[in-house]
Ligand binder design. Sequence first.
Ligand code: ADP
Ligand code: MG
Length: 222
Amino acid sequence: MIEISDLLFRYPEGTFSLRVPAFSVAEGERIAVIGPSGSGKTTLLNLIAGIATPLEGRVTTDGEELTALGEADRRDFRVQRIGLVFQEFELLEYLGVMDNMLLPYRVNDVLRLDGEARERARRVAERVGLADKLDRNVDKLSQGERQRVALCRALCTEPAVVLADEPTGNLDPANKGIVLELLLESVAATGSTLVAVTHDHDLLPSFDRVVDFKQFYEPETA
Ligand code: ADP
Ligand code: MG
């Protein structure tokens, strides 16, 4: 489902480099990625999503060799088949909960925003306890609620791959459990593959596999 081989990535600026000789995730597998801050976990999610492109090597996600696609094709692919939960949420402050959830449908016309899509969004929101806040502007929500909006937005398109960057990072312990359960159940229901970066070690047993990023990380020596 996700295959990375002989990858070398560098940002245009700075000295960070990421080498991943081989990394793969099976279809429907739900994996947790752990590792030190700055080791490239967010970068890896961006590579799997086709947001970032490597200098060398190949990235194949859901059968598409992203490293062979142009930027526009990668964007269409991403909107249709990837659900992204960003570390910083990336919500639009001046929009309400529902409109934020429906943003993927407005990016371009590869997804159809119809009654069914709206109904799916409502159902996902209900499961995370946001049903009574659909019209509220997201700048009037708590951090935990904002986190849940970001999660719902990634799930409502029922993507083949869900990439979640510390999806429980801003939640209290009770909400962490709820959100993780929602995430795991939702991907299981749609047969989606999940890659979740997390620092919550008590949540790790819920995943099929844990990948420690330390193995790809070469801290710079002075
Ligand atoms: P993690 O998510 O594991 O904390 P990141 O993938 O965010 O790590 O970042 C890995 C490294 O790349 C860090 O050293 C970070 O400072 C650097 N980095 C992240 N984004 C950029 C960027 N746009 N340009 C240059 N360096 C970056
Ligand atoms: Mg990160």
